[in-house]
Design a protein around this ligand. Structure first.
Ligand SMILES: Cc1cc2nc3c(=O)[nH]c(=O)nc-3n(C[C@H](O)[C@H](O)[C@H](O)COP(=O)(O)OP(=O)(O)OC[C@H]3O[C@@H](n4cnc5c(N)ncnc54)[C@H](O)[C@@H]3O)c2cc1C
Length: 385
């Protein structure tokens, strides 16, 4: 059996690790990604705020050694879901089964003025470049803003506002600065009233202006104002934006998407094409676009493939569960245990924040790198005692 796995992000890495651990050389897994290496979303914030360096958070794919898995670094140019075949810069590949884990592409250029007059912290390049931009900032009006929905990791803009507060405080710039957070959501984390309440309290305590239910439609770099979806304007000196998200063009062109994302069976993650699965940000399965959900979905697909290989009929169904960590700043981290089940209102409980959970979050990252890449990840992210 040959399994094509498209994308070596959170979903693709978890899936191929599970297949290798369970089946080794009994199946042939081809993992394709165009990138040099994997970067956790939260590591982007660590680099941007000077808590670690870029070299420490890029995990090169050349380190991937998994029995039964061949990694191919190349760009996928077309996907034929019917034939379970892809065309790439390294030639064609086909499989008996195919898993699409290509994530969401980011389009900063789609927001007028964002590239010319602002910054975005969602791409690796954007977040890494912000380290210098923030380092050179001498204070003023900071706006953290979301430009469209859906967007990855809904807590990330809130975390960014809190970390900006710490960053400016540590540099003696907080008194001469304001921080505003423009979000499309009514509360920071709608499925978790507890987490939303804790964040709103933290914003109030730090004098961070919470501006819900609106988007940033564009920037006017000349006048240094953000143009909001409620037809108002917000002046800024430093704009930190969440750019427009779309499924990669190669996925849209494959015919797999409906309304921009790949619909899947919410229990099995199978698409409308037999033997073709999709996991993570590229789907419209109904969970937030976050690594923990991509990982949970990958586990279910891996179990289905393992069961199929062993001639078994029983495989677990996806339960929509994920555990998200939430940075409050000052090395305080909380966690939210959220479950999204179709037909039911999502719900989630908050634990923390605490420095113990900050250590848990570090362990979350290092354990993934250990399992996926088979090596230690010594992080230099400071954790309070
Ligand atoms: C600032 C920030 C903070 C975040 N914090 C968290 C957090 O704390 N917890 C959490 O769970 N999530 C977090 N996330 C979200 C998380 O990073 C993503 O949701 C997660 O990576 C999605 O996994 P995925 O496997 O679906 O896609 P990805 O991890 O994005 O992987 C997709 C892969 O497909 C590859 N690819 C795309 N197109 C092609 C092509 N044509 N050819 C070849 N390869 C291609 C890409 O190179 C990429 O490696 C954060 C995100 C950001 C931006």
């Amino acid at each position: 059996m040959r399994i094509l796995v498209l994308g070596a992000g959170f979903g693709g890495l978890e899936l191929t690790t599970r297949l290798s651990d369970a089946l080794g050389d009994d199946v042939e897994v081809v993992l394709i990604d165009q990138g040099e290496g994997f970067v956790f979303g939260f590591s982007k914030l660590d680099v941007m705020f000077g808590r670690t360096v870029a070299d420490a958070v890029v995990h090169p794919y050349r380190d991937l050694v998994k029995r039964g898995v061949t990694f191919v670094q190349t760009t996928i140019r077309s996907i034929d879901p019917e034939a379970r075949r892809v065309e790439t810069d390294a030639g064609p590949f086909d499989g008996d089964l195919m898993v699409v884990a290509l994530g969401a592409d980011l389009h900063p250029a789609d927001t007028p003025g964002l590239l010319e007059g602002g910054n975005e912290f969602y791409t690796v390049a954007g977040a890494f470049a912000l380290r210098d931009v923030l380092g050179a900032f001498t204070g003023g009006r900071v706006v953290v803003g979301v430009t469209s929905t859906p967007f990855k990791c809904p807590p990330a803009p809130s975390e960014t506002a809190l970390l900006t507060h710490d960053f400016l405080t540590d540099r003696g710039l907080r008194e001469s600065s304001t921080i505003s957070l423009v979000m499309p959501l009514p509360v920071p984390i709608p499925p978790s009233p507890g987490a939303s309440e804790a964040l709103l309290t933290a914003f109030a305590a730090r004098d961070i202006e919470w501006m819900p239910r609106r988007l940033v439609r564009g920037l006017d770099p000349e006048r240094k104002v953000a143009l909001l979806s409620d037809d108002t304007e917000l002046p800024y000196d430093l704009f930190l934006g969440v750019p427009v998200h779309r499924a990669p063009a190669v996925v849209e062109e494959s015919g797999l998407t409906v309304d921009g994302w790949i619909p899947v069976d919410p229990l099995t993650l199978e698409t409308s094409h037999e033997g073709v699965y999709a996991v993570g940000d590229v789907t419209s399965v109904g969970t937030p676009k976050a690594g923990v959900f991509a990982e949970g979905q990958a586990v279910v697909v891996a179990e289905a493939i393992i069961a199929r290989h062993r001639g078994q009929t029983d495989a677990p169904h996806y339960d929509g569960h994920g555990l998200c960590y939430l940075e409050f700043g000052h090395d305080q981290v909380a966690k939210v245990d959220v479950t999204f089940l179709s037909g039911q209102a999502p719900h989630g409980d908050l634990v923390g924040p605490s420095s113990e959970l900050a250590r848990d979050k570090v362990e979350f990252g290092t354990s993934r790198i250990q399992r996926w890449f088979g090596r230690e990840w010594v992080t230099d992210t400071p954790v309070a005692d």
